[in-house]
Design a protein around this ligand. Structure first.
Ligand code: BG6
Length: 487
């Protein structure tokens, strides 16, 4: 087993109370993630009490957890590790109430022997978040506890403000960890390293040199069993007001005074404060053909499974620079990119027909796939007589460095941070409320949904939204294949 460097894990053993323990996220990410953290030695000791509406006992939950690991654990699953992990699992159905939950948590703490801490993970839809918080209060499980809240945090400004107020009646803000798993992705953090550890790009990181920015996260995935949740949520609440805006903040923020939680949140929140309200006429909402026929979906549903929009950050650095965001389900490709288009030169001495400018502006592109990639495209001379220009590119793939090794997945990284009390990569009440505030006009008067074919890039009007520019995706040139031998 790899040796875990000191200071990476929490000091105390942890009792995790996992609400939504049989739900989609728990099965796909949280149980596999906790299994990895516990068995790889990141946590000095861990017990998990699952909670959900399902009427199971501890054995039933163990079977459900094993099924989840068989389906979604991406590393090798050894029987010894599984038996040890299974012995740390317990379960309390919601119907059993506060007394039963308290008894299970106290039993788990006792079995750990040493002093421990509580981590409550609310992997539940927004409407069930407060009832779960109340239950924790009633069960007397607030002391020595941190709480991880899943997005979306509320569904609009009023519900987010009320959720935060009621949360604060039970948990202090510094105990609340609002998780946004995009911030736990290595390439997202690499944006901070790239911007602030180098002198090269920061001087041109502003409206004088940057023409527009695209944050594009198309997914090929459909909804699977999540249509009930998604029908209430839609692409804007599921992806934009959460992940895409958080990534936008990393891309656009001023240098923080240090890489500590408060300075980073301060700078991100300044970006959110400077955002202009999203205008409904700057938004394209789409729905894939066939969505209304899915189980759990209203046959006349107006929920968007696709959204593209233009927004602005009205500060000295970014005034006038459009940020184009797009995401949706059942699209042609799964990608996560940020693409920064630079201004074109003011004059060209290249002869007509040379090809200058013919393939769009120079771009810096970050690929936020699990192993970061970056590319810088520029015009260069095509070898041969005369002056013919071509779009060329410098490409970097983290894969080629041989540095990747054992990387924690986003959820694993963030759960570990929460156990250690490190809030650097979590979002604040103020930031979230501001994001709902800039969303109000759109939520109150959303443009009608336009249908798109599964496997396409969304409704046709996305091209008008971005004109006279063009969407970077699909890429004209594929990324170069990473070197299979590494560095
Ligand atoms: C989740 C959304 O937060 O992020 C999903 O609820 C989406 O709808 C997912 O598919 C995308 O995350 P990732 O890490 O798979 O890109």
């Amino acid at each position: 087993m790899a040796k875990i460097p000191p200071g990476v894990g929490p000091r105390f053993p942890q009792v995790v109370v996992l609400f939504g323990a049989t739900g989609d996220l728990a099965r796909r990410k949280l149980l596999p993630g906790l299994f990895h953290l516990a068995t790889a030695g990141f946590i000095p000791g861990c017990r998990i009490v699952g909670v959900s509406l399902d009427d199971l006992d501890a054995e039933g939950f163990r079977q459900s957890a094993r099924g989840a690991l068989d389906a979604f654990f991406s590393r090798k699953l050894s029987d010894d590790h599984w038996s040890a992990f299974a012995a740390t699992l317990d379960y309390v159905p919601l119907s059993a109430g506060a007394g039963a939950l308290r008894a299970a948590v106290l039993a788990a703490e006792q079995s750990l022997g040493a002093e421990s801490r509580r981590l409550h993970y609310l992997s539940v839809p927004p409407s069930s978040a407060l009832p779960a918080v109340r239950l924790l209060g009633e069960a007397g499980l607030v002391e020595n506890a941190r709480i991880i809240m899943e997005k979306p945090f509320g569904t609009d400004l009023a519900s987010a403000v009320s959720l935060n107020q009621k949360l604060h009646e039970v948990f202090d803000e510094d105990r609340i960890f609002r998780i946004d798993h995009f911030l736990g992705k290595e390439p997202a953090q690499n944006i901070l390293a790239f911007r602030f550890a180098n002198g090269l790009f920061e001087p041109i990181w502003n409206r004088m040199f940057i023409d527009h920015v695209q944050i594009d996260v198309p997914e090929t995935l459909g909804l699977g069993k999540r249509s009930g949740f998604y029908e209430q949520t839609g692409a804007y609440r599921d992806m934009v007001v959460t992940h895409l805006f958080q990534i936008l903040a990393f891309m656009a923020m001023e240098p923080p005074t240090s890489l500590e939680p408060v300075p980073i949140s301060e700078e991100k929140n300044k970006v959110f404060r400077s955002m202009l309200p999203v205008q409904p006429h700057d938004v394209v909402r789409g729905q894939y053909v066939g969505y209304r026929q899915e189980d759990g979906v209203d046959p006349e549903s107006e929920t968007e499974t696709f959204i593209a929009l233009k927004c602005f950050i009205d500060n000295w650095r970014w005034a006038g620079v459009p940020f184009f965001l797009r995401t949706g389900k059942k699209l042609a490709e799964g990608q996560r990119i940020i693409s920064i288009a630079f201004r074109e030169p003011p004059k060209s001495m290249f002869p007509p027909g040379s090809g200058v400018g013919a393939q769009g502006p120079d771009h810096l592109t970050f690929d936020l796939a699990d192993a970061s990639k970056m590319s810088l495209s520029f015009y260069g001379k095509r070898p041969g007589p005369g002056m013919r220009l071509d779009k060329l590119s410098l490409q970097f793939a983290m894969h080629d460095t041989g540095l990747i090794g054992e990387v924690l997945e986003a959820y694993e990284r963030l759960i570990l941070d929460a156990m250690r009390g490190d809030r650097t990569l979590f979002t604040t009440a103020e930031g979230i409320e501001r994001l709902w505030q800039v969303s109000t006009l759109l939520l109150e008067a959303p443009p009608p949904v336009r249908l798109y074919q599964p496997g396409s890039w969304g409704p046709k009007s996305i091209h008008q939204l971005i004109a006279p520019h063009a969407w970077r995706l699909p890429f004209e040139r594929a990324w170069r294949a990473p070197n299979p031998l590494g560095g």
